[in-house]
Design a protein around this ligand. Structure first.
Ligand code: DGY
Length: 320
């Protein structure tokens, strides 16, 4: 019997073909709707490898069912969707896809920052709907990005890549992170500050921290109240870090200038979400790593990890 693999979303066949040569591969037949929990549980009880995406919630109850599962490969750098403690207890390896998405995600963070500060979505919407009546002195005005102060919350690989872009825009960079990173400071001349100092001093704030017990709800009413009235908040890592109700109030009451959100507390976000009614929100559907090249690189990395583990080698990018 060849080892078996279950893939929770329909992936491009060319990415899966190398696995089919070696293993029994079953794949959920939709790339849009998630696999039903009952089916996922049954598969987990039978397979040797599980290939997940970041919207799959692999909790301890599902992992209980695993009998011969050796590895879970997650298509994303974040892995808060997997109970890694429970996986570890059962001796199941978990891998993720760092590095290959760093530059792509940093590009989107910067695009979202520029779009939010300059309110591009609003300008485009008005133009499309006949709302561009003339060149007006103060019409469609936004906030500058170049030459301003950027605050980065979470100084990992993507944080560094965003900082490199910020240097090209002649920005001063403040950062807050679980630990101070002196080598990064020396290399880029950025300044380590407390979260409150960052929020008070930055003109634009980008959230890139992982979702953990400490970062859950980290940006709430009090924190938003510390920010400048002209500041933007860009949320790029996981939605649960920002309290969306508090953010709605802050944007509606013009406590801050704008927010750019690529990630949400609950995804996919409903079209009736209150934040989507606000003109000072730029909203995206979790597309930080979404380029053809990067998504293919992530899939190659996942497939390689499956092959490594099922052939008895230590995989790259092991998180537990
Ligand atoms: C990640 O890598 O964690 C992203 O959120 C998915 O692209």
């Amino acid at each position: 019997m060849r080892p078996s693999v279950f893939i929770t979303r329909k992936l491009p066949e060319k990415m899966v073909a190398p696995l089919r040569e070696k293993f029994e591969v079953r794949m959920w037949d939709s790339d849009v709707s998630a696999v039903r929990r009952s089916i996922l549980k049954e598969e987990i009880s039978q397979v040797d490898a599980l290939w997940t995406v970041v919207s799959d919630c692999i909790d301890s109850e599902l992992l209980e069912a695993a009998e011969q599962l050796k590895v879970i490969v997650n298509m994303g750098v974040g892995f808060n969707n997997i109970d890694t403690g429970a996986a570890k207890e059962k001796g199941i390896i978990v891998t993720n896809t760092p590095d290959v998405l760093t530059e792509t995600t940093a590009d989107l963070a910067f695009a979202l920052l520029l779009a939010t500060a300059r309110r591009l979505n609003r300008a485009e919407r008005e133009l499309r709907h006949g709302g561009w009546l003339s060149w007006t002195p103060m019409g469609f005005t936004g906030m500058d990005v170049g030459g301003k102060t950027l605050g980065i919350i979470g100084m990992g690989r993507i944080g560094e890549a965003v900082m490199r872009r910020a240097r090209g825009f002649n920005m001063r960079v403040l950062y807050h992170n679980r630990s101070q990173k002196e080598e990064v400071e020396q290399k880029y001349g950025c300044e380590y500050v407390t979260l409150d100092q960052l929020l008070e001093r930055a003109d634009h704030v980008v959230i890139l921290a992982p979702f953990t017990e400490e970062t859950a709800g980290m940006i709430g009413q009090r924190e938003l109240g510390l920010m400048k009235k002209t500041a933007t908040l860009i949320s790029m890592s996981r939605g649960g870090i920002v309290d969306e109700e508090a953010l709605y109030e802050a944007l509606n009451d013009e406590i801050i200038w704008g927010a750019g959100l690529d990630v949400w507390e609950k995804e996919p976000v409903s079209k009736h979400h209150p934040l989507l009614t606000l003109p000072n929100v730029t909203a995206l559907p979790h597309i930080g790593s979404a380029t053809v090249e990067t998504r293919e690189a992530m899939m190659r990395m996942n497939a390689e990890a499956i092959v490594d583990v099922l052939e008895g080698r230590e995989p790259n990018n092991r998180v537990v």
